[in-house]
Design a protein around this ligand. Structure first.
Ligand SMILES: NC(=O)c1ccc[n+]([C@@H]2O[C@H](COP(=O)([O-])OP(=O)(O)OC[C@H]3O[C@@H](n4cnc5c(N)ncnc54)[C@H](OP(=O)(O)O)[C@@H]3O)[C@@H](O)[C@H]2O)c1
Length: 235
């Protein structure tokens, strides 16, 4: 079977690295987008053809719509049609609502919603023309159950989930579906270990396990589908 082409944003980040590793082992061909072009190192099984190919990668500011459209067009002309997109770019900010000015709110909406929407806009007409595509976004537990102390982050992740639901409703009949994955806790990343040295990482979610879920979301179907998935810490 031909290797599916999967576009990954935020591919140079902590979760991005785990996702690249997982998808490479699954035999996907990758188109990686991040502010700095992610390097190609992943470790697939020895002798695996997909794993031995360096992934396609581009440095792009995901808030620059023209640059995103250009990167998506280049990825498709050099690799082929993108079957699925994993929209991982995003980030966290803490501040209660009373201390969140509009600039901070807009900053989080840019980081967690607009970085995904720019890619969706570039990919959607291509996917609907082909009648096939899966778009997976990554929200956060705060968007499910509230996020005291992180008002803008919570709002931006809830907005991302609502946006992806709307994209799904508009395009599912044309073969394009969206999935939103909610990590219901902190990820065990180097940045989080440094930021929270007193916390017990055993209570956090292993990015490699979350990457398994994201890879599963990419290949799941047909005749049954995922829409929203919660992934909880196992502690
Ligand atoms: N880590 C957690 O505990 C946790 C929990 C729940 C949900 N999540 C979500 O999971 C996703 C991945 O998290 P992570 O820990 O892997 O984050 P990360 O290590 O910070 O990776 C995010 C990547 O996205 C890139 N990015 C951000 N804005 C961009 C832009 N405008 N253009 C191009 N690239 C951009 C970042 O580049 P720069 O560094 O250059 O900005 C970075 O490489 C995020 O959406 C995050 O909100 C994380």
């Amino acid at each position: 079977m031909e290797s599916p082409i999967v576009l990954v944003t935020g591919a140079g980040g902590a979760l991005g690295r785990a996702v690249r590793e997982r998808l490479t082992r699954d035999g996907a061909r990758l188109a990686l987008l991040d502010r700095r072009a992610p390097t190609g190192e992943t470790s697939g099984p020895a002798g695996d053809a997909a794993a031995s190919q360096a992934p396609w990668a581009a440095a792009v500011d995901l808030l620059d719509e023209a640059a995103v459209a250009d990167a998506v067009a280049r990825a498709e002309s050099e690799l082929g049609p993108v079957r699925a997109a994993l929209l991982l770019a995003g980030g966290f900010a803490t501040a209660p609502a009373a201390e969140t000015d509009l600039a901070a709110l807009r900053g989080q909406l840019d980081l967690n919603l607009a970085t995904a929407a720019s890619v969706v806009r570039a990919l959607l007409p291509r996917m609907t023309d082909r009648g096939e595509g899966t778009i997976v976004g990554i929200a956060a537990g705060q968007a499910r159950r509230g996020g005291a102390g992180a008002a803008a982050y919570t709002a931006s992740k809830a907005a991302l989930a609502a946006y992806l639901r709307a994209v799904d409703e508009e395009n599912a009949s044309r073969g394009v579906r969206t999935v939103t994955v909610f990590p219901m806790g902190t990820l065990d990343t180097a940045a989080n270990r440094e930021a929270m040295p007193k916390a017990d990482p055993a209570e956090w979610i292993d990015p490699a396990r979350l990457a398994e879920v994201l890879a599963f979301a990419v290949r799941f179907g047909p005749r049954a589908r995922l829409r929203e998935v919660e992934v909880h810490p196992d502690a």
